[in-house]
Design a protein around this ligand. Structure first.
Ligand SMILES: *Cc1c(COP(=O)(O)O)cnc(C)c1O
Length: 404
């Protein structure tokens, strides 16, 4: 409301020093909560900003990586650039790659399996890069995920980062959902190795109590982004920009105009404080554990993707894929969507249904509610003769919507 009411359009520093400086401040705060190395912070040598979505963050980093490479290789080599990620990576990367003009056939969607708990095995990446180099391609970009959408898998950041460094790839970490959990010391290790990345993004609008839309992007080399995205029209020139002592966020994003998004993240961080936000994350994790135990004791269901990471339950708490024994398949209203998670499908030999909650982080998440909701949910699934249920994000909200 504040952001809409004030209606500030802070495209560069001079148009709104307050919006610009508060954004630089909160993005550093958020980076410090995640214990990012100073190389990603304004107080170090890097910096960050608030995008609307991970998709925008990825498009911008892909454009920066592309331009850095093509400047050296020549612009006609765009069809040789290769982008790497696991087969669990969010579709955003595929869309972003197409948007920046790299052919879809140059995306290496590397296989994962139960053995690697659906994370990207470093060996697989290394082999793919070697193969591409032999075939005359240019390895450009690696996107690793902390908390995949399908089952909460966490890619091994440190090992992948070492390979990215060896082959000089731009290394991006997509921590859209699970990144929030990393403010808790017990989950921070999922980001070990982040110092090897070039950029990292996470969405406070997913699990950090912030309203849509709010995606943090940090980069080690802001000038790489700026080289790709800067606009330099006569009517935008001003002495502050020319001094090179201010941040002009228009040069870090796709659009020119931008809202005062920093206000809402500032309010969330100030209003709740770190310890309350950590409580909120931990409470969700405990509810997920409880959900897992309830599913585990019900003979009608099988947990197809075990909760192998602590994070998987909190994050994709969600991440429990449960399979009913009955046959037939139907969707639960508009909440459900077909999903294709190859390994889970293979095991279940059936289509998977994914439930997507409408509201994230609602207040009334109690253990009792989870118990009630699980029971109701189990009844609905067997009554409706579902084959496969793939469980996604905020269970209680999904439940309460179904129960309504
Ligand atoms: C939600 C999600 C995205 C997409 O985020 P948008 O902000 O909607 O673009 C990308 N990656 C992961 C891992 C996600 O969980």
């Amino acid at each position: 409301m504040l952001c809409s009411g004030l209606n500030i359009v802070g495209f560069n520093w001079i148009s709104s020093p307050a919006a610009t400086e508060l954004e630089s401040l909160v993005i550093d705060w958020m980076g410090k909560l995640l214990k990012l190395p100073p190389s990603f912070l304004f107080s170090g040598n890097g910096g960050g900003l608030l995008h609307g979505s991970t998709c925008e963050a990825i498009v911008c980093t892909l454009a920066a990586a592309r331009d850095k490479a093509l400047k050296r290789m020549g612009w006609d080599k765009i069809s040789k650039l290769v982008v790497y990620a696991s087969d669990q990576t969010h579709a955003t990367l595929f869309k972003g790659t197409k948007i920046v003009g790299i052919p879809s056939s140059n995306i290496r969607s590397l296989p994962t399996s139960f053995l690697s708990e659906f994370s990207l095995p470093p060996q697989t990446l290394q082999e793919a890069i070697e193969n591409d180099i032999k075939s005359g391609f240019y390895p450009l970009f690696l996107c690793a995920t902390v908390g995949t959408t399908a089952c909460g898998a966490v890619d091994p950041i440190l090992e992948l980062g070492e390979i990215a460094t060896k082959y000089n790839l731009w290394f991006h970490i997509d921590a859209a959902y699970a990144g929030s959990a990393c403010i808790c010391p017990e989950f921070r290790h999922y980001l070990d190795g982040v110092e090897l990345a070039d950029s990292i993004s996470m969405n406070p609008h997913k699990w950090l109590l912030t309203n849509m839309d709010c995606c943090c992007l940090w980069v080690k080399q802001p000038h790489s982004l700026i080289n790709s995205l800067a606009s330099d029209a006569e009517y935008l020139r001003n002495s502050a920009s020319e001094s090179n002592n201010v941040v002009d966020y228009k040069d870090w994003q796709i659009a020119l105009s931008r809202r005062f998004k920093a206000l809402k993240l500032w309010v969330v961080l100030r209003r709740h404080g770190l310890s309350n936000i950590m409580c909120h994350i931990r409470s969700d994790v405990n509810l997920a554990k409880r959900f897992e135990s309830l599913v585990g004791t019900d003979k009608r269901f099988e947990i197809v993707v075990p909760r192998s990471h602590e994070i998987a339950d909190g994050v994709n708490k969600s991440a429990q894929a449960v399979q009913a024994e009955d046959s037939g398949i139907r969707q639960i209203g508009t909440l459900a969507r077909q999903d294709t998670i190859p390994m889970i499908q293979e095991k279940a030999s059936l289509p998977i249904i994914s439930l997507q909650p409408v509201v994230a982080g609602a207040a009334k998440q109690t253990a009792h509610a989870v118990g009630q909701a699980t029971k109701t949910f189990m009844n609905i699934i067997s009554r409706e003769r579902f084959h496969g249920i793939y469980w996604y994000t905020d269970i209680v909200n999904a439940f309460s919507i179904i129960c309504d």
